[in-house]
Design a protein around this ligand. Sequence first.
Ligand code: 13P
Ligand code: SF4
Length: 317
Amino acid sequence: METHSQKQYISEIKRLKIEKNAIILAHYYQTGDIQDIADFVGDSLALAQKAASNSADIIVFAGVKFMAETAKILSPEKKVLLPDMNAGCSLADSCKADDFKKFLNDNPGRTVVSYVNTTAEIKALSDIICTSSNAVQIVESLPPGEKLIFAPDRNLGNYVLNKTGRDMVIWNGTCHVHEEFSLEAILKLKKENPDAKIIVHPECELPVRMVADYIGSTSALLNFTRNDTGKTYIVATEVGIIHQMKKEKPGKKYIPAPPRDSTCGCSECSFMKVITIEKIYNCLLSEKPEILIDKNLLLRAQKPIQRMLEISENLGL
Ligand code: 13P
Ligand code: SF4
C-alpha cells in the first residue's frame, strides 16, 4: 500500500478539515508538527473553553483522552475524535471511580474539587473542576469555611493548599512526567547557567517547586517567557511547550529540565506522544475513533465543568 509523505498528510489534513468542517485542537505537549497544523493550541483550560464554543461539526483532539472527553462533554452535539485511544494519562489512571467513591465515603461532608485530568466518571462525582491555570482561584471562589477534597494530583493539591490555606484532603496521585524531574540535575544546570530562571509546572514535587523562580500552568509559563526580560530558562514541564516558547521568542534559550532517570525520557509524556500526523489524517478520513459517553454520565460530568468555566469567565481567566 502506498504511504503518504509527511507533506502529503499535512495537505490532506488541511483539505479534509475544510471538507468536513472540522477543527484540530492541540495541547502544548503535542509534537511541534502537530501544534503547527492545529487550529488552536492551548493548555487544558483554554482547550476546554475552545471546545465549548466553536462552530465546527467535528473536533479532532490532539491531546489525551480526558481532554477529548471534556470536549465531548462540553459539546455533546459534535463528533469528537481522538486519533489514538491509547492516549491516556498516568494521573487520570491513578484515580479509579470505585476507589474514589470509597475515598469520598471516608471523607464525608467535603466539597469535591477535581483536576480536569480525570475520567468522566470522576468528574461526575465532583462538585467543581479546575485546571492548573485556575486551581487557586477556583478554590478561593468557594466559601472560606468549606471543607474540601482535592483530587487527583497531590503536588498540585499541595501547591493550592499552601497558596490558600484551606482545609483540604488530597488524593495521592501524580503525573509520571512532572514527578520525575531531578532537583540535582536542575541545580547543576543552574550552576552552569547562572542567569537562567527556573520555571516549573505546579504538578512538580515540592523540592523542585521550592527552587523555582516562577510556577505556573503551561500557558502561564509561556506567558512568563514571552513577557519576562530574562534570556535563559530551565523549563520543568513537558518539553512540547518549548516549541511555542521558541516560536514566540526565538532569541531566548530554553533548557529542558532532565528527569531523575535520564534513560526513561520522562520529560516527554508518552501518552501525548502517541498522537502523530498520520493518525490525525487517518482519523479525519475515517471519522474514528470517536469519543462516546453515556448521556446520563455526560450530563452529570458537565455540571462541574461548566461551573469552572463560569467562574473562570467571571474572573477573566
Ligand atoms: P495544563 O495544560 O493545565 O498546564 O496541564 C498540564 C498537563 O499535565 C496536561 O496534561
Ligand atoms: Fe497526564 Fe502527565 Fe501526560 Fe499530562 S503530562 S497527560 S498529567 S501523564
